[in-house]
Design a protein around this ligand. Structure first.
Ligand SMILES: CCCCCCCC(=O)CC(=O)SCCNC(=O)CCNC(=O)[C@H](O)C(C)(C)COP(=O)(O)OP(=O)(O)OC[C@H]1O[C@@H](n2cnc3c(N)ncnc32)[C@H](O)[C@@H]1OP(=O)(O)O
Ligand SMILES: NC(=O)C1=CN([C@@H]2O[C@H](COP(=O)(O)OP(=O)(O)OC[C@H]3O[C@@H](n4cnc5c(N)ncnc54)[C@H](O)[C@@H]3O)[C@@H](O)[C@H]2O)C=CC1
Length: 309
């Protein structure tokens, strides 16, 4: 991965189809992000198939969606509980699940991937689905840090491949970064922008540069914070309070890293430090490595920098 090799022009290769109106969405990965995206897509009238490796994960994902829909409805339909219940039921009816991506992509306008942050695994997934999905189907990745170009290279639909980077928690965070590679067609890019709009999100256009806009700035901040703590320059608690009250951030950096998942932070750092071994900004942290090795991945496992049990 070459840092700072900006791709300044987007290709306008003719796509197999014109603008795709996205109605049927397959979301692969029913973790924090996939479930959140499924919730918002289903709430905005899309039919969604959520795919993961086993039924238990999918059951947990759907239960989580139901719980979070209740939170949404509490505010949105504060004085109309019946309308709120109807909203929840409609959204849930729009969600189905599967453990077999290959069998469901045939009906999809968009296949959006939110699985583990690993290039090879993402490439294998898309490479296989490319042979099964219809020609018009757009593929997109929610990757935090991997080049979309590299993920797309496992397919023969480079013009119908882009990035859709959502933020956690998806039902609350308003932004989507829409990423075009040099091969993404204008039609595909427009379809992804329109889809983001239909989800009620504000989108920004990004080039396929490492970390796009937000994570290119967020990761160095988080790593600098961890190094500050490792040097003993401040306690986790004080650093978190300082950034919340001093900068008005909703979460302190340690709370945020735990919320995102320390495995994801480490996956990103591994890739970026390997590509930039001499850049101190991307230097590894012993503490982060130790926590991940111990399975302390943050909120999702009950412990990370903080304990949640
Ligand atoms: C980190 C290193 C690098 C990362 C690289 C990988 C990551 C990425 O690729 C990109 C990312 O996503 S970066 C992370 C971006 N997210 C943030 O920065 C979140 C910051 N935190 C917050 O906004 C609030 O603490 C938050 C909204 C989370 C919670 O707010 P509060 O503390 O005020 O708690 P609540 O009162 O429970 O919630 C506020 C309102 O939001 C509703 N809500 C929360 N979670 C929800 C969910 N999952 N679904 C639906 N609604 C939800 C909650 O109901 C409440 O609503 P109101 O009562 O109406 O205000
Ligand atoms: N956690 C965050 O705040 C954000 C994460 N992302 C990105 O979204 C992606 C997912 O992240 P999370 O939802 O946090 O991870 P997660 O660990 O919560 O969920 C990943 C899910 O993918 C499933 N999975 C793994 N390999 C699979 C395969 N081959 N087929 C089907 N399912 C598979 C896992 O069983 C798991 O349920 C990553 O690429 C991450 O970088 C993007 C924005 C924010």
């Amino acid at each position: 991965m070459a840092f700072f090799s900006h791709q300044v022009c987007r290709g306008f290769s003719s796509s197999a189809v014109r603008n795709v109106v996205i109605k049927h969405v397959t979301i692969i990965g029913g973790g924090q992000m996939g479930a959140g995206i499924a919730q918002v897509a289903a709430s905005t009238g899309h039919s969604v198939t959520l795919v993961d490796t086993n039924e238990d994960i999918l059951k947990k994902a759907v239960k989580g969606i139901e719980g979070n829909l209740k939170r949404v409805v509490k505010k949105k339909f504060a004085d109309k509980p019946e309308a709120g219940e109807e909203f929840i039921q409609k959204a849930l009816q729009n969600v189905s699940t599967s453990t077999d991506a290959g069998s469901v992509v045939r009906d999809s306008d968009l296949v959006l991937e939110a699985i583990v942050e690993n290039l090879k695994i993402k490439q294998d997934l898309f490479g296989g689905l490319d042979k099964l999905a219809p020609a018009h189907t757009i593929f997109a990745s929610n990757t935090s840090s991997l080049p979309i170009t590299d993920i797309a290279s496992s397919t023969n639909r480079l013009d119908r491949f882009g990035g859709l980077h959502f933020f956690n928690p998806v039902p609350v965070m308003k932004l989507v970064e829409v990423i075009a590679t040099s091969a993404t067609s204008q039609e595909t890019f427009d379809s992804l922008l329109n889809f983001s709009k239909k989800l009620g999100k504000t989108s920004v256009s990004c080039k396929d540069t490492p970390g796009f806009i937000v994570n290119r700035l967020l990761l160095p901040y988080i790593m600098e914070v961890i190094r500050m703590y490792e040097r003993g320059d401040g306690s986790k608690e004080d650093i978190d309070i300082a950034m919340k009250l001093g900068c008005g951030y909703p979460m302190g950096p340690f709370e945020l890293a735990d919320y995102v998942g320390l495995d994801t932070v480490k996956f990103i750092m591994d890739g970026w430090s390997a590509a930039n071994p001499d850049n101190p900004v991307f230097a590894q942290s012993e503490l982060l490595t130790k926590l991940v090795a111990e399975g302390k991945l943050g909120k999702k496992t009950g412990e990370g920098f903080y304990k949640y049990k």
